[in-house]
Design a protein around this ligand. Structure first.
Ligand SMILES: C[S@@+](CC[C@H](N)C(=O)[O-])C[C@H]1O[C@@H](n2cnc3c(N)ncnc32)[C@H](O)[C@@H]1O
Length: 406
């Protein structure tokens, strides 16, 4: 399936807005919600095996169907009986009736699934095959990853939601097998786990997913389990509760992480000193590892030519949304004070777009203006050469940002 049809299926699986679904339906139906395109939608979206197994929210499905029915009627097209029936069924069914018995969810929440259909170029598949072998790389052709999320974006201390920076990080990871394959990778604030699952797909020697919230960890465990068939041996995924404020140096160094990732962690100024302290401990030179992976240099996409040996662990990649420039500056200056080299890699390491259906990521701008929450940006942190990254003292949250060391 290609073009607008693939885009429609991908958008529905990811619960993109009903209006973008209608726009794609009209594009396929040559401007109208024809019976032909309704049949397509019924067959490939509503009856899609992923949707049947891991449904989007019923409210979402009801809203999409309502919009399609109204549009078809206004286009003077006959409406499929299934559309009316399903719209009514979704409308009246309880959102929570399909709720699984998840440990750790203490409050009433509505859960649903978002599924991501990745679209890789032939070049990207070749690059993956260089590191994973032809057989494993073939599973990326129509890769669909599913995560269970909450309808409440604050659930689990914001960790049970699909944040744009996390979706962007998943693309970055899958675009860079040279960085991750064969290495011990750790995710900070892993949330619903899309990036963690991607690390597992790249044959990381081990994946350690951490988060400070127990509801989030319970949901993350569920999400790793529902994607388990894709995570082949020998990769193992471990989950750890890790609160930045109380993380002990011994425990953190004990992880032995070579590559650290995180997405959408920089939003609360009061947490930044603790986050930086944790990153400095993880990036401490004392735990530098030689990797055993013998990945070949890959054929590159765009103008990026990263090989396994170009990336010397430990190193951290942080994807972020710049909601507030000052907060970002505080993070950067705090990381500098902790002895870390901080580099803005938004332009130099921009991944290809593997999820064109996701409209919530604005990839065109490097820095968001104040209050703009949609731009994606990437940061690389590593110890300053010849300088031991030293965990700062237990931080005070009340400090002035200093000069920029980017
Ligand atoms: C905005 S969410 C991002 C989740 C995920 N990385 C993503 O991009 O979808 C922030 C995550 O960081 C975690 N977090 C925030 N503050 C934390 C802290 N002080 N200690 C540990 N985890 C924390 C939250 O539990 C949540 O999972």
């Amino acid at each position: 399936m290609e073009g607008a049809q693939r885009q429609l299926v991908a958008s529905f699986l990811a619960m993109e807005s009903p209006t973008s679904i209608l726009r794609l339906v009209r594009e396929i139906g040559n401007g109208s919600v024809s019976t032909m395109v309704q049949d397509f939608f019924n067959e490939f979206c509503l009856k899609n095996s992923v949707v049947v197994k891991f449904p989007p929210s019923r409210g979402y499905m009801s809203n999409v169907l309502k919009l399609l029915i109204l549009a078809a009627e206004s286009d003077q097209q006959e409406v499929l009986d299934e559309f009316y029936d399903q719209h009514v069924a979704f409308l009246h069914s309880s959102e929570n009736s399909g709720q699984s018995a998840l440990e750790g969810f203490h409050h009433f929440t509505q859960r649903c699934h978002k599924s991501y259909l990745y679209s890789f170029s032939d070049d990207a598949i070749v690059k993956l095959a260089n590191y994973l072998g032809e057989h494993q790389a073939s599973k990326f052709k129509d890769l669909v990853l599913t995560i269970q999320v909450s309808s409440n974006m604050l659930e689990g201390s914001t960790g049970c939601y699909a944040w744009p920076a996390g979706i962007f990080l998943s693309e970055f990871i899958l675009a860079n097998p040279a960085i991750f394959s064969g290495r011990l990778c750790l995710e900070v604030g892993a949330g619903a786990g899309l990036s963690t699952i991607c690390l597992g797909l790249l044959n990381a020697s081990k994946v350690i997913a951490t988060d400070g919230n127990r509801s989030t960890l319970a949901n993350l465990k569920h999400n790793v389990a529902i994607n388990a068939t894709l995570l082949e041996e020998p990769t193992s995924v471990e989950l750890h509760e890790l609160l930045w404020e109380s993380a002990s140096e011994k425990a953190v160094k004990g992880f032995g992480a070579e590559i650290i990732v995180g997405a959408d962690l920089i939003y609360d100024v009061s947490c930044i000193p603790y986050l930086v302290r944790l990153l400095a401990m993880l990036l401490s030179r004392g735990m530098k590892h030689e990797s055993s992976c013998q990945g070949k240099n890959s054929s590159a996409y765009g103008h990026e030519y990263i090989s396994h040996t170009d990336v010397v662990p430990p190193i951290a990649y942080i994807a972020t949304v710049i909601r507030n420039v000052e907060t970002m500056d505080i993070f950067v200056s705090s990381a500098c004070q902790a002895g870390l080299l901080v580099e803005d890699v938004t332009d130099t390491m921009r991944p290809p777009i593997f999820l064109p259906q996701i409209t919530g990521i604005d990839r065109t701008r490097r820095h968001a203006k104040l209050g703009d929450s949609s731009s994606g940006s990437g940061w690389r942190l590593e110890p300053v050469p010849d300088k031991q990254a030293s965990p700062p003292q237990m931080p005070s949250v009340d400090f002035e940002p200093e000069g920029d060391c980017r």
